[in-house]
Design a protein around this ligand. Structure first.
Ligand SMILES: [Zn+2]
Length: 237
């Protein structure tokens, strides 16, 4: 294998690693989002329980005021009973009082039922808050872990880029331009090995004379299928 092909083969190794690193780095935003969504879901549950308890309490207070009003009204009618002279007026007042009592009793029953509901909802709150607290702790740990992984991948990328630069400099200008062109149009993979007689990039079978030439390793060969530079892998020479 001549020096140009050797440099290209080294670049192949770096590029493969860069493609893998880039894919890993591109997944971090989604990983972060998934972590944040879990916390947001727990938070929404806590908020909803809190506002449900609040609404129930407001509603219960309204009903309690309604009961106070009815009691007041009843007391007024009771005192009027003493003053009325006519029997029909007396009967009418008794009727009103009975109606007030029955309405009050209905509301009191509703208040009792609602207090039970308040207790049920309030009882769910500590568990939901605990779960939110744990979700936050787990999220913090996971986000820290993601940040570390991402930093490692970025550091590794920078290290490979500087190693790549050394081999890029060794390429003649025309080869370098060709390599860069193919690399940018082929998702970062410009150089591929020949595997089982085919291009390692697009899997097109290579003619026997191309395979022979590639094996000699003295000339730059492109795959006619995908344009990538194909190299007979040194380890299988
Ligand atoms: Zn190909």
């Amino acid at each position: 294998m001549n020096a140009v092909l050797e440099s290209l083969w080294a670049l192949h190794g770096f590029d493969e690693e860069l493609v893998t690193l880039e894919a890993a780095i591109s997944r971090f935003p989604a990983d972060r989002q998934a972590v944040e969504q879990r916390v947001a879901a727990d938070q929404a549950r806590c908020e909803s329980l809190k506002s449900r308890v609040h609404d129930l309490q407001v509603h219960r207070r309204e009903r309690e005021r309604e009961i106070e009003g009815l009691v007041e009204q009843e007391r007024k009618f009771q005192s009027q009973l003493m003053a009325v002279k006519k029997n029909e007026e007396y009967q009418a007042l008794l009727h009103e009082i009975a109606a007030l009592k029955s309405k009050r009793s209905e509301i009191e029953t509703a208040v009792l039922l609602q207090m039970e509901e308040e207790e049920v909802v309030a009882a769910e709150k500590p568990a939901a808050e605990k779960s939110l607290q744990m979700a936050r702790q787990e999220a913090d740990a996971r986000l820290h872990q993601i940040a570390t992984l991402e930093q490692d991948d970025r550091d590794r990328t920078a290290a490979i880029e500087s190693q790549r630069a050394v081999y890029l400099d060794r390429l003649p200008a025309d080869v370098r331009a060709r390599y860069e062109r193919v690399r940018s149009s082929r998702g970062g993979r410009a150089v591929v090995p020949i595997l089982k007689g085919a291009c390692g990039g697009c899997f097109r079978a290579q003619p026997p004379q191309v395979l022979q030439e590639a094996r000699r390793g003295d000339r730059l060969i492109s795959c006619e299928g995908c344009g990538r530079l194909i190299i007979w892998p040194p380890e299988s020479a």
